[in-house]
Ligand binder design. Structure first.
Ligand SMILES: C[S@@+](CC[C@H](N)C(=O)[O-])C[C@H]1O[C@@H](n2cnc3c(N)ncnc32)[C@H](O)[C@@H]1O
Length: 304
């Protein structure tokens, strides 16, 4: 179903299901000892989408669910989760070493960093996502008996609404630098909403703030190609049309946009992260959705 202006979801539907999917990838990458996210599998299991639970638990193989030779599938998604999780974990560790004690995870989904990373004492982690997503993760992790490793503040709100006000209300201090992550998010925002979000982050950020953003290279990638790559998922009981959830087409380049607003960005291609992790690269080509993705890590230098 096509996206609409004020659409909402839980973790089994629409964009919410992608949070469960990437958590299933982290669960699988944890089984393969590429990362260590002990919360991923129980969280996915609690959502209750059978296909995702079976992938997380190692009960489905790539041969069962992926289209042979396709540029995208559950195994490629899992490889991408392994690479990006390691990269963003390292980004937060470096921010902590630099003395940053405010962290904002935009579109937190089933991200368990607030429970699994060794945050420096005095760190506050803000998690922003839709209310149903936040409520589900909070309740499920509490049932698992886990406690946050930082001062965790939930900010349940749609990122198309006035989230900066909600973030401030939750205690965010615009006078102190922050480390921001937009992982698995920007492609789910329309082009102008992406710009607005980057403007809002810039406005809320004190000098020395850092941002890591996963940048989806949408131009020229057809949603049909993405849907075709997931054709065998439907045969295995997962009815999700990934290609219909994003907003393909021209949009501003994130690193360039940030550079024009005082940030000093560095780009790391997804394929470099995959290579660094010893994993197969994304194939290049018109129907290869993620081959040109990159990760943008930036530091803000405010004038004055
Ligand atoms: C692919 S998941 C990524 C989740 C998490 N960052 C991770 O990597 O595990 C996409 C997430 O973006 C969130 N999201 C997308 N658009 C949003 C919006 N307009 N407002 C709030 N959350 C949004 C979804 O709820 C979902 O949790």
């Amino acid at each position: 179903m096509a996206r609409t202006d004020n659409d909402t979801w839980d973790l089994a539907t629409s964009v919410g299901a992608t949070a469960t999917m990437v958590a299933a990838g982290r669960a699988r990458a944890t089984r393969d000892a590429l990362i260590d996210d002990p919360f991923a599998e129980p969280l996915v299991r609690a959502v209750g989408v059978d296909f995702m639970t079976r992938w997380a638990a190692g009960e489905l193989s790539s041969a069962d669910v992926d289209v042979p030779g396709a540029p995208w599938g559950m195994q490629r998604m899992t490889d991408m989760m392994a690479a990006r999780t390691r990269y963003i974990d390292a980004f937060f560790a470096a921010a902590g070493e630099a003395g940053i004690r405010q962290v904002v995870i935009l579109a937190s989904g089933l991200d368990a960093r607030a429970y699994r990373l060794p945050w420096p004492a005095g760190t506050t982690v803000f998690e922003v996502d839709q209310p149903e997503v936040i409520a589900f993760k909070q309740a499920t992790i509490a049932e698992l008996g886990a406690t946050p490793t930082a001062d965790l503040r939930a900010v349940p709100i749609d990122l198309r609404h006035d989230w900066p006000a909600a973030l401030r209300q939750a205690g965010f201090d615009t006078g102190r630098p922050a480390a921001w992550a937009a992982e698995g998010l920007l492609g789910f925002l329309p082009a102008e909403a992406q710009d607005r979000l980057l403007d809002q982050v810039t406005e809320l950020s004190a000098d020395g703030s850092r941002l890591v953003a996963e940048v989806f290279w949408n131009t020229g990638v057809s949603g049909d190609a993405l849907n075709a790559a997931s054709g065998k998922w439907r045969e295995n009981g997962l009815d999700i049309a990934l290609g219909d959830l994003g907003f393909p087409g021209e949009r501003n380049d994130v690193a360039t946009y940030l550079a024009d607003r005082g940030w000093r960005p560095a780009r790391t291609p997804l394929n470099q992260l995959l290579a660094d992790t010893g994993l197969p690269l994304q194939p290049e080509g018109p129907d290869a959705p993620f081959a040109r993705n990159y990760y943008c890590a930036a530091v803000l230098h405010k004038a004055g």
